[in-house]
Ligand binder design. Sequence first.
Ligand SMILES: Cc1ncc(C[n+]2csc(CCOP(=O)(O)OP(=O)(O)O)c2C)c(N)n1
Ligand SMILES: [Mg+2]
Length: 325
Amino acid sequence: MATASAGAPGREELIEAYRVMRTIRVFEERVHAEFATGELPGAVHLYAGQEAVAAGVCGALREGDHIASTHRGHGHAIAKGADLGAMMRELYGKAGGSCNGKGGSMHIADFERGMLGANGVAAGGAPLACGSALSAKVLGRRDVSVAFVGDGAANQGSFAESLNLATVWQLPVVFVVEDNGYAQATGTRYHLRGLDVAHRAEAYGMPASTVDGTDYFAVRAAAGEAVERARSGGGPSLVECRAGRFFGHMEGFDRQGYRGEGEVERLRAESDCLARFAAAAGLSIEDLTAVDATVDAAVDVAVADAKAAPDPELTELLTDVYVTY
Ligand SMILES: Cc1ncc(C[n+]2csc(CCOP(=O)(O)OP(=O)(O)O)c2C)c(N)n1
Ligand SMILES: [Mg+2]
């Protein structure tokens, strides 16, 4: 497993990385609390615990690059710069949401920011990212596409097909596999036979690495290398990141009887990417608390705005559902 190779990120980059991770954490903790009140509709999968993956990967991207996400997509969207207010309205099914309230948590998209969408289909993002990478290649753009894929989704046939196509066509794409320990209630070390997903990529002749997904610097370094390879015409790569999720598979329905006793408490105490980052980044307490205050306020505003927002008009029911070419 690769370890951190920080290089020397400047203060601004460090503050931005902390802001992104902290925004995801506060957003997810708040959504968890709001869901418990029964006011939030739909299926919601929280990303808390895995923030350093989204921040480290998207930190290596630039405008014009694209990401294709998973059903656990809030963190990816936030890290790619999606609007918090539109995201929260979408979660509440309100007008002005990212999909005007018709998609909910699993369909948040923001094309202007290069976020191609959360996706209810396991491994659905992998072929999408290949498609967007192919279009960049054909159009001669030096843009990179990233597919986020869960450990369970890495067992899908479409994932294997995507790895193969990406290699055959030498696409500017990076597959980021997030091993969070489980596919729903099934442990990764049970369902994922073979050593790990990185070795599967190597079987296609694709460069791959495995990093500690709670270490922002390790993720950022591995993603930076893979993105640079893609951008400079070197073809696809895979980065496997290991970081546990702090909540159940899905809000409301998961009593987590499949987890060991004290497992979540241990994760929070010993594998918190934010605490780890704060200890390693060398930022001042003033810098960190200033970010905390801004983030807390932004999430408060987003929740209040979403609750007060109107429902979508009934006449909107079928708009944006069918596309005319
Ligand atoms: C094609 C497909 N098969 C099954 C499902 C049902 N399903 C939803 S989430 C999930 C587990 C995904 O696990 P993983 O890829 O590890 O992602 P995680 O939930 O851990 O983030 C499954 C099987 C689905 N959404 N799509
Ligand atoms: Mg998983």
